[in-house]
Design a protein around this ligand. Structure first.
Ligand code: TYC
Length: 113
């Protein structure tokens, strides 16, 4: 439902002078979404990437394997779309997990258009 909102052009309150009313857009902007991207490299084992996708992105083994192969072949793939806070958490979890296992796997986030 869109509620009509009106304001006096150029005035913060009615000063009794002639004023016109203009309709304003209701401010119902949704918060932006962020794509989480996984990047290819030459060293991270394929099985490790599959495990990451299962563990942090809730993918089935088949789904995870398919996305891993897409990244391997194309260089990058979107592995999920989230709010800013969730995307940041996912990126942090992946980067931390990769670092702890001494793999150079890179994960980043990008604002959706
Ligand atoms: N290219 C890696 C290999 O051949 C596998 C890989 C896939 C690495 C996806 C990172 O995000 C990645 N072992």
């Amino acid at each position: 439902m869109i509620e009509a909102r009106w304001m006096m052009a150029g005035k913060s309150e009615d000063d009794g002078d002639t004023s016109i009313l203009v309709q304003t857009k209701p401010k119902t902007k949704r918060p932006p979404l962020y794509k989480v991207l996984l990047l290819n490299d030459d060293y991270t084992p394929m099985e490790f990437v599959v495990h990451v996708l299962e563990r942090f992105f809730g993918m089935s083994h088949a789904q995870a394997f398919e996305i891993m192969l897409t990244v391997h072949k194309k260089g990058v793939a979107v592995v999920g779309v989230f709010s800013h806070e969730i995307a940041e958490t996912k990126v942090g979890q992946v980067m931390d997990f990769a670092r702890r296992h001494q793999h150079p796997l890179q994960c980043t986030m990008e604002r959706e258009e």
